[in-house]
Design a binder for this molecule. Sequence first.
Ligand code: SAM
Ligand code: DTB
Ligand code: SF4
Length: 338
Amino acid sequence: MRVSELIEQSVSSATGDQRNHAAGSAGAASWTVARVEALFKLPFNDLLFRAQSVHREHFDPNSLQVSTLLSIKTGGCPEDCQYCPQAARHDTGVENEPLMSLEEVVTAAKAAKASGATRFCMGAAWRGPKERDLQQVLPMVQAVHDLGLESCATLGLLKPGQAEQLKQAGLDYYNHNLDTSPEFYGQIITTRDYQDRLDTLSQVRGAGLNVCCGGIVGMGESRLQRAGLIAQLANMNPAPESVPINNLVRVEGTPLSESEALDPLEFVRTIAVARITMPKSYVRLSAGRQEMGEAVQALCFLAGANSIFYGEKLLTTGNPEAAADRALMDKLGLVAQS
Ligand code: SAM
Ligand code: DTB
Ligand code: SF4
C-alpha cells in the first residue's frame, strides 16, 4: 500500500471523506463543501503530509512550473471587483493605458523566455474583449506561440466564438478565475455574476483550451467560504489544469485595502486542500508572494504548490525579484520545469 493510501485511511474518518479515488482523480464532481472544510480542519501536520503524499503521486516534488505575466492593457476597467487596483472607479494611481503594441509584447515574451519562463500570460483590464480588441490580441498570441512558449491570456468574459479564435491563433491556456465562493461573491463583485464566469469557462473548455482557474483568499471570507471556492474548482469536470491561488494584495485605494491579513498558515492550508482535491492540477502560488517570506513559500511548496509567477511584476503590483526567486529555488533544491 502506498504511503498516501495509509494516510488516507488514517484521516478519512476525521474528514468523513468517502470519495471514490478514481472519480476524484478524473476531476468528477465529488467534493462536497463539508468534505473540503473537513480537510481544512485536519491537524496541520496531517494535512501537509497528505497533500505532499498526493503531490508525489502525480508530480516531481522538486520541479516548479514558471510563468511570466505581462499586463498588455492596464487600468481603466469598468468592472467593480473590490480587490482590483485596475478598476477605474478605485483611486489607486493606476493609469488607464492603451493596449500594448505587438512589438512591445514580443520583446517582453523574448525576455521572459530568456529568463527561464516556459509560460507567458497576457492580462488585460477589460470586462471582456471587444471584437476589435481581440483582433489585436490574436497576433500577440500567435507570436508567443511561435517563440515556443506556452501561451496564456486573461482577457475577461468571452463571447461565443472568441475562445475558438484564440485557440486557432495558438493559445494554450485561458485564465478566468471564480475568485471566491458563490456565497461570498456578491460582496466582492456586482458587475458580473458567478454564472457569467462559469459560462466563459465552459466556452474555454468547449474550444479545446486548457483552463487556468482559481481565486483569491484573504478578502474577509470565512473558512467555509474558502472551502466553497475549492469545492467549485475541484468539482469542475475535468478540474482546471492550472489553479492559481492568490493571496489578496491589499492595494491602497481599493475597498479591500484595510482587510485583515489572512493567517499565513491558513493560506498554506488552502494550498494543501487545493492539492488534495485537484491532484493532477498545477497549483500556482500566485499573487501575494512578495509579502509572504521564504518560510511560508517553502511551506506552500511542501503543501503541493508547483507553479509560480516569475518576474518582478505581476500585473500592476510587485512580485519577488527574479534573483530572489532563483536564490530561494536553489535553497530548496527546486528546479524550473523545462
Ligand atoms: N480583467 C480580467 C478578469 O478579471 O478576468 C483579467 C485580469 S484580472 C486582473 C485577473 C485576476 O487577477 C482576477 O481574477 C483576480 O483573481 C486577480 N487579482 C486582481 N487583483 C488582485 C489583488 N489585488 N490581489 C490578488 N489577486 C488579484
Ligand atoms: C491570477 O490568478 N493572478 C494573476 C493572473 N491570474 C492574471 C494576477 C494577479 C494580479 C495581482 C494584482 C496586480 O498585480 O494588479
Ligand atoms: Fe477589471 Fe479584471 Fe480588475 Fe475586475 S479583476 S476590475 S474585471 S481588471
